[in-house]
Design a protein around this ligand. Structure first.
Ligand code: ATP
Ligand code: MG
Length: 424
């Protein structure tokens, strides 16, 4: 296999990355070690994208202890990233490098935790990476692209394939099948027939991957600007049954298209994906994927908002809609989500924005608090205080903001009426 390309100029993004990494690479060289940039920075630079300037993956023949020693006195911070793989992360100013010792070719079938075997050869390391488009490295000091598996050509021809046989690669780490969906979508690639066939027959192996890894990878896919192609891949190959089985029998236009249209933020994209399952179904799926309580709360609030959108655009309906969000999700985000999934009246997001411009929707609380209510009515703590607060909240939602004098007056009138109806 042909390896290096000295004849090609590196793209400017890569050239600059090498320049910035040069002092670090020199320290590795002085200690007798190699230093290569790999991963996203190389791939993205070759398709003319930036975005990885400060988040850099590197690989070296130095072992983790040596890496730590080499970076120790110059880095602003050093920490172990993914202790089990022995990756060392080091921050220099704005740049964070994740430096990983070369891996040697070690095929451990069906193992839950791939055994880590360190190696000395960059080409063997690249051979163990997931896809050819990710199996390229740049030798920093020599400004040399190392591309033994034709990743650059695959990017140009828009082809996704594994450096070696896909079934071996996916046995080694089944998560790669899910990563395929992400890279297909992000770079508009076409998977090779062998890759598709391997995913179709090996999808169930994803069961050995931890829920957290699956969740993080699925999240990266749905957060892409254009996730469609990857979501289609999940549905077409049957992989969907491994990551969100409840969606298998749901027409894909009900989750794929909303995801692609929705705001490109975490909770909103998850809500768009899981909305066909309802709040209870979304809660179960996110629980199975070990999502945080916070994400769970945001997603179910969004789905709940789309299940009970305001019937109309009048201020009272809008305030009730916003109040039901309980501060878990900003009003404008929830309103846009409803529009994205076609719930509620047309113009909802604009109407919420207009109302927010004239009154504070972040503070939809009763205009008096409990102690003010007790002082005003001469009450001890008890159920009447709660009733009074409910009434005040109802007034706030129905009529809008209200000063304390007006609130006391309305409270007094309510209390007098209540005592007439229900004399104690
Ligand atoms: P991005 O940072 O944009 O998500 P990336 O390609 O840099 O994309 P990382 O997860 O940072 O992805 O991984 C860096 C590199 O490590 C990848 O490009 C790939 O070469 C390799 N890699 C990551 N995960 C795997 C995996 N599960 N199996 C094989 N190689 C992997
Ligand atoms: Mg990366």
């Amino acid at each position: 296999m042909s390896g290096t390309t000295g004849d090609h100029q590196l793209p400017p993004v890569l050239d600059e990355a090498c320049e910035r990494a040069e002092p670090l690479a020199r320290r590795f060289a002085d200690a007798g070690h190699t230093f290569y940039l790999v991963g996203g920075i190389v791939r993205d630079a070759l398709v003319g994208r930036g975005g990885h300037e400060h988040d850099l993956d590197a690989t070296t023949d130095a072992r983790p202890d040596e890496i730590r020693r080499i970076v120790a006195d110059r880095a602003d911070a050093v920490w172990d990233q993914g202790a089990r793989f022995g990756t060392v992360a080091a921050r220099f100013g704005d740049d964070v490098y994740e430096i990983t010792t070369h891996r040697a070719d070690a095929y451990v079938p069906e193992s839950r935790k791939p055994e880590v075997v360190f190696g000395d050869d960059v080409v063997a390391d690249l051979a163990r990476r997931d896809f050819t488009v990710n199996a390229m490295a740049v030798e920093v000091l020599g400004r040399r692209l190392i591309d033994p598996f034709g990743g650059r050509d695959d990017l140009a021809r828009r082809r996704l394939r594994t450096p070696s046989g896909p079934d071996i690669s996916f046995s080694e780490d089944p998560l790669r099948m899910l990563r395929a969906a992400r890279f297909l979508a992000a770079y508009e690639l076409e998977p090779t027939p062998e890759l598709v066939a391997a995913v179709e027959t090996m999808g169930d192996r994803l069961a050995i991957v931890s829920a957290e890894r699956v969740r993080d990878e699925l999240e990266k896919l749905i957060l892409l600007e254009q996730p469609r192609r990857g979501l289609d891949f999940l549905a077409d190959t049957g992989l969907l049954a491994r990551v969100a089985p409840e969606l298998v029998d749901v027409d894909r236009t009900r989750w794929r298209d909303p995801v692609a249209r929705a705001d490109q933020t975490r909770a909103v994209r998850w809500a768009a994906l899981l909305r066909p399952l309802g709040t209870a179904g979304a809660r179960r799926r996110l629980g199975a994927l070990r999502a945080s309580n916070r994400l769970l709360g945001e997603v179910t609030t969004l789905i709940g908002a789309a299940e009970a959108p305001p019937p109309d655009l009048d201020p009272a309906s809008l305030r009730r809609f916003v109040h039901a969000l309980r501060g878990r999700v900003p009003a404008d985000v929830a309103a846009r989500f409803c529009e994205t999934v076609g719930a509620g009246p047309e113009g909802l997001a604009d109407a919420v924005a207009e109302l927010a411009a004239v009154e504070n929707l972040d503070d939809l609380a009763p205009p008096l608090d409990g102690s003010a209510v007790m002082a005003e009515l001469g009450l001890e703590p008890g159920p009447e205080v709660g009733e009074a607060l409910d009434h005040l909240l109802e007034l706030r939602l129905a009529e809008g903001p209200m000063g304390p004098d007006e609130a006391r007056r309305r409270l007094g009138a309510w209390w007098a009426g209540r005592r007439r109806r229900d004399p104690a």
